[in-house]
Design a protein around this ligand. Sequence first.
Ligand SMILES: [Zn+2]
Length: 267
Amino acid sequence: MPLSRMIKIASFISVLIFFSSAVLSQNDIWNEKQCAVVLTYDDGTDFHLDNVIPVLDSLNLKATFYIPGNSSSLYKRMDEWRAAAKNGHELGNHTLFHPCHGKSLGRKWVKPDYDLDDYTVVRFINEARVNNTLLKAIDGKDKRTFAYTCGDTTAGKESFVPQIKKMFVAARGTKRGTNTLKNADLYDLKIFSVKNQNADELIGAVKDAQEKGVLLIFLFHGVGGGSPYSISAEEHSRFVHYLKQNENNTWIAPMVEVAEFIKNGQE
Ligand SMILES: [Zn+2]
């Protein structure tokens, strides 16, 4: 074989190696998948036990449920929540009484007793601590993530984020957007808020995340009812079936697991 031909073959092979390693390192990004998707469900309602957990379990997909300690569903159906945790779902902390800023932000539905305008940081953090005790009594776990109630991060005018950082692996916010592995703010994780969209809109967002190689966190409230922000049970089911079919390139895991993965990468 002439030398020039050998050189051509050798350079062709090196180009092949270069591209295959580029593809490999890309696949490495999210636990060897192209992107990550976290399903989060807020406020601990019966609709999650009835319309979400059964379909997730049928597909062996794991999610995070942010539960305030005063959830009546948690009181009445504690065994089912305990079973969900045992089955790999995360019970996330969402304070005890779900306080939010009322007066200053004109949220009329906030009860005066639970208005963050009148809270202190100590009172807020104590609520989060006691809810950790409650949730630990249910799932036995020491590590979990937090979701800011209404996305609020201050009591009165003082930030409680520094204390939240000491207590939780991560905290989910309510700002819209996606999160990159290198630059994700673990104590203000961005979200896609599910209101009344259909499955196709959610699937479109996942396809976008696959292309960009980012973490996409869905924030669900009601599923099949239970909130003014509700997706129908049928559309939710269609969406999670799509996720299951895309498990080969999309990592679907609870918030705490994905947050620990990011933490390890950022350190
Ligand atoms: Zn909430």
